[in-house]
Design a protein around this ligand. Structure first.
Ligand code: HEM
Length: 445
């Protein structure tokens, strides 16, 4: 008996080793940290380091624009800069193109937030993803939401009132105050998203606080989210009763569960004999036939995808503008001139007017470039049969089902694309110059 168990154990070990060696050699012609060829521990450590963006960028700079970060997984910072280098690479564009043979990688499964249901971001199956996307795109585009801009403006006024009443310094009275930009921008975007999604704010800005302990709870869950992001197969354990019981639930009084409950209640109100109608995102989704159950899962995604990304973009752009006096000065001059010429509505500028201000637009784009709000891998999968990838001018074969993640930070900080000053928030030589090259037709981006 013992001999049989030992034999089985050895056979399984041999099988594991053969698989590990095969996986290792299938991508050994790509550079990368040696541990990454054998185990996902390097990736786990990197994702949990708090500076994943920088470490991935180091990897791409050291080992090549497409390099290995885990068994069966590559990362690319290969940007569309062929006008300068004459390379035919542009892997990112190739993977993301409409009807690309590259498909969504298993990585996306980690974006599942509900134990039983996928959502628009977590579907790995291309057909299911395309189907839900078709039904949700009109709602997300905002075209059917006539109150969209007014709803955002209402929250913006609340935000401005909060800042001016609580955080503006009064040097003449020796009153100096500081504001936690990272916190207050999250409050703002969470209230915006709840208002435009289902017509009611969470109330973060009302009392300048996290009313449900939502952000603190998200921070607590981060380590688990990181582990799930690396070991995506673990998402299946969410279905186990013991794990399910430990997950946030819509009946919770605080944290993510409380937000889930809020979203569930708003969805419930739209169904049944006394259904409320309100022209917002939820209404647009219901018109496209999303069921109550589907919406309960999707609203969570709406809240998470729509708040952290925008808060990050806002806080970093505001930070860079306010700490770069010449940029701030020029931006204010553009605003003053616009107001004098009657091109800017008061108290809040209209979206269409803001789009006509070139310096403001450059400031926003430079903010998104210098600090890309989304640094997740968004890994795509190489089609069955494999694909030849151009890595810095050398053709390399990636076998079918290899996942290729996106290094947004590395791409946006690429000096070949953005110039020698790529690490600096700078408009004269950076984005404005680049835009000029683009509009002259030089850049195919
Ligand atoms: C600065 C703001 C934002 C940035 C930088 C951003 C960035 C991104 C990125 C990089 C993706 C992944 C695309 C992929 O899978 O390849 C994505 C997907 C998505 N975002 Fe955003 N986003 C922002 C704001 C928002 C807002 C405000 C909402 C909701 C109102 C939102 C909802 C979504 C959804 C639902 C998806 C999944 C789309 C799909 O898979 O078809 N995002 N976003």
């Amino acid at each position: 008996m013992l001999g049989a168990i030992l034999g089985l154990g050895l056979a399984l070990l041999a099988l594991y080793l053969v698989r590990a060696i095969r996986t290792y050699y299938s991508l050994s012609h790509f550079g990368g940290h040696w541990v990454a060829g054998w185990s996902r521990l390097w990736l786990l450590r990197t994702q949990g380091s708090g500076e994943m963006n920088k470490r991935f960028t180091e990897v791409n700079r050291k080992y090549g624009s497409t390099a290995r970060i885990a068994p069966g997984m590559l990362i690319t910072s290969d940007a569309p800069h062929s006008y300068q280098t004459n390379m035919k690479a542009e892997l990112f564009r190739r993977m993301s193109a409409v009807r690309s043979p590259f498909t969504r990688g298993r990585w996306y499964a980690a974006l599942k937030l509900h134990p039983d249901r996928d959502n628009i971001t977590s579907y790995v199956d291309e057909h299911k993803h395309a189907a839900i996307r078709t039904r949700m795109a009109p709602g997300y585009s905002g075209k059917e939401n006539v109150h969209l801009e007014a709803d955002v403006d209402e929250q913006l006024l609340k935000f401005l009132n909060l800042v001016s009443s609580k955080y503006v310094a009064q040097p003449e009275q020796d009153i100096f105050r500081t504001v936690d930009l990272s916190q207050i921008t999250s409050y703002f975007t969470l209230d915006v998203i709840s208002k435009v999604a289902f017509g009611q704010t969470f109330g973060f800005l009302d009392n300048d606080e996290d009313p449900f302990g939502y952000l603190a709870n998200l921070a607590q869950m981060l380590p688990a989210i990181i582990v799930f992001g690396v070991y995506t197969e673990l998402t299946n354990i969410m279905k186990l009763p013991a794990v399910k019981a430990a997950l946030p639930k819509s009946s919770d009084k605080r944290g993510l569960g409380r937000v889930m409950g809020f979203a569930r209640d708003r969805v419930q109100e739209r169904f049944g004999p006394k259904a409320i109608r309100h022209q917002d995102m939820l209404d647009a989704f219901i018109k496209r036939g999303l069921t109550q159950e589907e919406l309960e899962s999707e609203t969570l995604t709406q809240i998470t995808a729509g708040s952290d990304s925008t808060a990050s973009a806002l806080r970093m752009t505001l930070h860079f503008i306010s700490t770069s006096p010449p940029i701030l000065e020029r931006l204010l001059a553009e605003a003053r001139a616009g107001i004098e010429e009657g091109k800017i509505s008061r108290p809040i500028i209209q979206d269409a007017e803001a789009r006509q201000l070139p310096y403001l637009q450059a400031c926003i784009k430079e903010g998104l470039r210098i600090y890309p709000p989304v640094t997740g891998l968004m890994a795509k999968m190489v089609p069955e049969g494999g694909a030849m990838l151009d890595v810095d001018g050398v053709e390399k074969f990636a076998p079918g089902r290899t996942q290729i993640g996106w290094n947004s930070w590395g791409m946006m900080h690429d000096p070949v694309v953005f110039g020698a000053d790529a690490e600096i928030y700078r408009l004269s030589g950076g984005w404005l110059g680049m835009r000029a090259r683009r509009s002259a037709g030089g850049w195919r981006g």
